[in-house]
Design a protein around this ligand. Structure first.
Ligand code: AMP
Length: 452
């Protein structure tokens, strides 16, 4: 997971970095480990980055140190490599094409073999990220142009990548041939160009969403910055858009892979209500991720929604905390229940996913302690079983509760009166309203790329 943004300002933009900063702000949900912005005044690159969240890193002074019409930004949520300072992106390196900065969303799957090949050639790596191998392939390239070097580098790597790449005079955006991760193109009010993981970043800077970068497409902006030049990586692959982006990861106000995320999640909830109705007095969504699905469930079932679970927004995602015991405590810190609303009721709890089962178990305990008569759990995606190799931060195979237990056992473990997940077919039916191929590895264990 990670968020990327690239900007080439138009006729009145003097500081593209402000847009990159705001875009990263809008994409904060895609990664909270670190953030950075690199800008160019068409002569030099300037870089400001740090560990933590966008608002903690970028002071007014730091933003002032990022001049120029071209900028890229990155929010990092560590998948490959640790969260340390050396892995903060955009990564910058000296290359035959001047200093080049690169920001990556996704995860490469042949990192170790390429890394070894580069190490044997004498390359010294500065970070432990998979991203650096792309930059080092560019740095050691014999090609004539940055575009050609990038293209060649991408032919060496396998996996998921949406990238924004820049040197002092060029900005390039690319999506891997399977299109695992989203990447959209927008136009600024002054005619400038923007690339972003999600359209919510475009909305904030009042850019218009023109279209998505297509799988395997390379879009380049250079010269006077007025035009975009598009080309494709060689070889066609079936599209494998990450369906988990629609289930959980992207912001509901974004459009990804041709879908509005909120509308899709609502449709998952509606489908779930058709597949697994429940006799209940109220629906309680798990905030925030379960809210759109709960609305869909309510529309179909006619059961009213009560926001009886309240989330404290000042704690991080409990999912990413290190040990199981802390995670249990984390759920309590994160949510509280409104006893008055719950007492004596038959409740349907709607969430988007159960991963380890920790969240559901704790929430149901709280809801029961608040006097609920019955607690039925409805989950708006199927049980995930397989770790993600393509850029979503997921637990190991052993940690997925669905790998150790049947649905009936999970129901017992979380102490629900009933538990039903959205069927795989039902999920695909909703998602394929925009016809395209999806990566569904986390549910099916079928890999679109051979993992070595
Ligand atoms: P768990 O307690 O492990 O079952 O986590 C389930 C909760 O984590 C659900 O409320 C999901 O919305 C959320 N979730 C699901 N996948 C992820 C992920 N990859 N990263 C962070 N949170 C997640």
């Amino acid at each position: 997971m990670c968020g990327i943004v690239g900007v080439w300002g138009g006729s009145i933009t003097t500081e593209a970095s402000i847009f990159a900063y705001l875009g990263s702000y809008a994409q904060q949900h895609r990664g909270q480990a670190s953030a950075g912005v690199v800008s160019s005044d068409e002569e030099y690159l300037y870089q400001e980055a740090g560990v933590g969240r966008v608002r903690e890193i970028f002071t007014e002074e730091r933003l002032k140190r990022l001049p120029g019409r071209i900028a890229i930004g990155h929010n990092r949520y560590a998948t490959t490599g640790d969260t340390g300072a050396c892995n903060v992106q955009p990564l910058v390196a000296e290359t035959p094409f001047g200093r080049v900065a690169l920001a990556h969303n996704g995860n490469l799957v042949n990192t170790s073999s390429v890394r070894q090949m580069l190490t044997e050639r004498g390359v010294l790596f500065k970070s432990t990220t998979d991203t650096e191998i792309i930059l080092q392939l560019i740095a050691t390239s014999k090609e004539e142009t940055l575009l050609a070097a990038l293209r060649k580098a991408l032919m060496e790597v396998e996996g998921a990548y949406s990238l924004v790449v820049m040197n002092a005079k060029e900005l390039i955006a690319v999506r891997d041939p399977r299109g695992f991760r989203p990447l959209c193109i927008g136009t600024l009010a002054d005619g400038g160009h923007v690339f972003a993981s999600e359209t919510c970043a475009l909305d904030l800077i009042e850019a218009i969403h023109v279209r998505d970068v297509l799988p395997g497409e390379i879009v380049q902006v250079y010269g006077d910055g007025k035009n975009m030049y598009c080309s494709f990586l060689p070889g066609m692959e079936r599209q494998r858009a990450c369906l988990f982006e629609l289930v959980y990861f992207a912001r509901p106000d974004s459009n990804v892979f041709g879908h509005n995320v909120y509308v899709t999640r609502k449709a998952f909830g509606a489908q779930l209500a058709r597949e697994a109705p429940a006799r209940a007095d109220i629906i309680v969504p798990v905030p925030d991720s379960g809210v759109p699905a709960a609305l869909g469930f309510s529309e179909v079932s006619g059961i009213p929604i009560e926001h009886a679970l309240i989330r404290n927004h000042y704690v991080g995602r409990t999912f990413i905390e290190p040990t199981q015991s802390i995670r249990h405590f984390g759920v309590k810190v994160k949510h509280n229940v409104i006893r008055r609303v719950i007492f004596g009721k038959r409740v349907v709890v709607v969430d988007d996913s159960i991963v380890r089962g920790t969240t559901s178990k704790k929430l149901i305990e709280m809801i029961r302690n608040a006097g609920a008569r019955e607690v039925h759990v409805r989950v708006s995606s199927p049980p995930p079983r397989e770790p993600c190799y393509y850029g979503i931060n997921t637990p190991t195979r052993e940690e997925y509760i669905a790998n150790k237990h049947t649905v009936a056992e999970i129901c017992q473990y979380i102490n629900a009166d009933s538990l039903v997940y959205l069927s795989y077919q039902g999920m695909l039916e909703v998602a394929q309203k925009v016809p395209q191929g999806y990566c569904t590895t986390c549910w099916t264990s079928i890999h679109p790329i051979r993992i070595l």
